[in-house]
Design a protein around this ligand. Sequence first.
Ligand SMILES: Nc1ncnc2c1ncn2[C@@H]1O[C@H](COP(=O)(O)OP(=O)(O)OP(=O)(O)O)[C@@H](O)[C@H]1O
Length: 251
Amino acid sequence: MVSGTVAVDTAHALRLESVRKVYGSGSNAVTALDGVTAGLRRGAFTAVMGPSGSGKSTFLHCAAGLDRPTSGRVLLGDTDLTGLSENALTELRRQRIGFVFQAYNLIPSLTVRQNITLPLRFAGARVDEDWLREIVARVGIAALLDRRPAELSGGQQQRVAIARALVTRPEVLLADEPTGALDTRTGRQVLDLLRGLVDTVGQTVLMVTHDPVAASFAHSVLFLADGRFAGELREPTPDQVVRRLTGLGEW
Ligand SMILES: Nc1ncnc2c1ncn2[C@@H]1O[C@H](COP(=O)(O)OP(=O)(O)OP(=O)(O)O)[C@@H](O)[C@H]1O
């Protein structure tokens, strides 16, 4: 086997194996993740939920290669992230992972088109005009390509951010509270869009959220409590999510 690769796990696009993450040291040490093993099914929409401080952001950061686990492994496809250099991790994030944040993080001085294609410029890759046309049509912003972010609504800005995350055809799209800054109706539209990307093009999506309704758009919800994996709910309803969360503590 080539160093840095592992046996292919075709069911999961991304997998955390026995991941522990400890911040600080000595008496200041905080165990944010305490041996989490969990996988994102390929072509599925997975939400991560849990009480405040349960480790959701740390899970996302370790999954994205933004944070290095203290121990354990993170596998993106057949690539083990844990052995990669900083440069290799940066490359991997650029090419194989898409990010969507609560604050859309668009560059104000660039047009929508320039914002969407920025990851390709960073990667030194050419714009695939057919793919660009397809994603902007799919996310519903084809008519907005020449505008700047300030000329868009919050929902439109988040659609641009989603298009930007998709432009490199990432294996996994990671979303951190993507509807946190949107009103309920606009938030639902963005969640419909994410679910649609999963159902129609087989995009694998991971979303961290505090919102049980948002989580119910996912195929399954992974629960964390005190830095540990605390179960999975398939085809979740908001009521079921609320019941599970209530059993896990303050949220
Ligand atoms: N950089 C850091 N340094 C020290 N402790 C940290 C750091 N990041 C997170 N923690 C701690 O790790 C634990 C898990 O934090 P994390 O942010 O992953 O939880 P969360 O579930 O995302 O919380 P929330 O829902 O409140 O955003 C918390 O106790 C937090 O205080």
